[in-house]
Design a binder for this molecule. Structure first.
Ligand SMILES: *Cc1c(COP(=O)(O)O)cnc(C)c1O
Length: 340
């Protein structure tokens, strides 16, 4: 029950809420969005998501704002990205309006689980699209399930951004040059788990990937985009077909421009990392994770002070969070308010 939650000590993990939203696609059309209380689904043991990885997901957040309203951050962008992923994995796309309606329903029915303003928490929203029809010959399934599950999560940083160390493990790649790196499929996570666990065991919380073809250019971290700030104060982020187009990165690029920071989306050779003033990992869960050191084989590159976050990263972080919590004017219309 929401009233029993200790908001100040909430982590990032699954917890039960009132319900999730679900719809089924069959006979060529999406059925109605429905509320489902139990956090389980029943599916055929031949379901294509189980056998052939026909599945994709999204991640976004709803925030309790300063004036008490509840707003989802840019759900239309997640809807569009899920449409691109669905097309790439030959699943029926969930129309943008239907996706946003599902998000609104999930927030409205679970409004009591949106952490109070000031706790630094949010309602994490996880849309999922899976092939649930049986398919043993390799082909797209004939039935799909779309669902929107939500859970309250706590402030990732309790007391300021905390820089981490990263590692490049050249023995493993995350995504092939013309593979699925640019869409949000679970398979990309399965592909990176082994290296991720190894990195973690050996003391690095995040791994950074180079392009799979040449191992020459920076791509992204296993679950977040790469941001570099040059010594001249330019925001640089890799241009690559196998990087997932992060909505956090997209938003931060706009915020950077608004703040008068120059933005460059271009190839970043590995060697250039030695010259960068700041590096950070970008994604919905944490927004910005500063990276103070990068290790590759015997080379250890110290980027920045492990104890101190630069003013540029702090300004970017506080601006995006300020917009999300309704403390700063939302000049780009990113907050999608839900009547609760
Ligand atoms: C989800 C994801 C991100 C972050 O995207 P956001 O839209 O900012 O949350 C970055 N990289 C990968 C590989 C991802 O799966």
């Amino acid at each position: 029950m929401a009233k029993d939650i200790d908001w100040a000590n909430l982590g990032f993990g699954f917890s039960e809420v009132n319900c999730h939203v679900q719809a089924v696609w069959k006979d060529g059309a999406w059925g109605k969005l429905e509320l489902v209380e139990k956090p389980y689904i029943t599916m055929h043991i031949g379901a294509s998501c189980l056998h052939y990885g026909q599945e994709c997901f999204e991640g976004m957040k709803a925030f309790r704002q300063k004036d008490g309203k509840v707003a989802i951050f840019r759900p239309e962008e997640n809807a569009r990205r899920m449409i691109r992923t669905a097309i790439r994995t030959v699943m029926p796309p969930v129309p943008e309006e239907m996706f946003v309606e599902a998000a609104e329903m999930a927030v409205r029915e679970n409004a009591e689980f949106v952490p109070p303003y000031g706790t630094g928490g949010s309602l994490y929203m996880r849309p999922l699209l899976i092939g649930t029809g049986p398919q043993i010959g390799v082909a797209p399934a004939k039935e799909y399930t779309f669902l929107m599950m939500v859970m309250p999560v706590g402030a990732y940083y309790k007391g300021g951004l905390k820089p981490v160390r990263a590692v490049i493990l050249d023995d493993w790649d995350r995504a092939a040059p013309h593979g699925m790196g640019d869409v949000k499929v679970g398979g990309n996570y399965a592909a990176s788990l082994f290296a991720h666990e190894k990195a973690k065991r050996e003391g690095w919380p995040v791994e950074l990937y180079l392009d799979a073809k040449e191992h020459k250019y920076i791509e992204e971290f296993s679950t977040s985009n790469f941001l570099g700030i040059t010594k001249d104060g330019v925001y640089v982020t890799p241009d690559s077909h196998s990087v997932l187009p992060s909505i956090t990165n997209m938003s931060l690029r706009q915020v950077a421009e608004d703040l008068g920071i120059k933005v460059e989306v271009r190839k970043i050779p590995y060697e250039e990392v030695r010259e960068l003033a700041e590096v950070a990992a970008l994604g919905t869960a944490v927004v910005i994770t500063p990276v103070w050191e990068i290790t590759r084989g015997s080379e250890v590159i110290k980027i920045s002070d492990p104890e101190k976050v630069s003013d540029t990263l702090l300004k970017l972080y506080h601006t995006v969070q300020g917009i999300q919590y309704g403390e700063i004017p939302d000049t780009h219309g990113w907050c999608h308010t839900v009547e609760v």
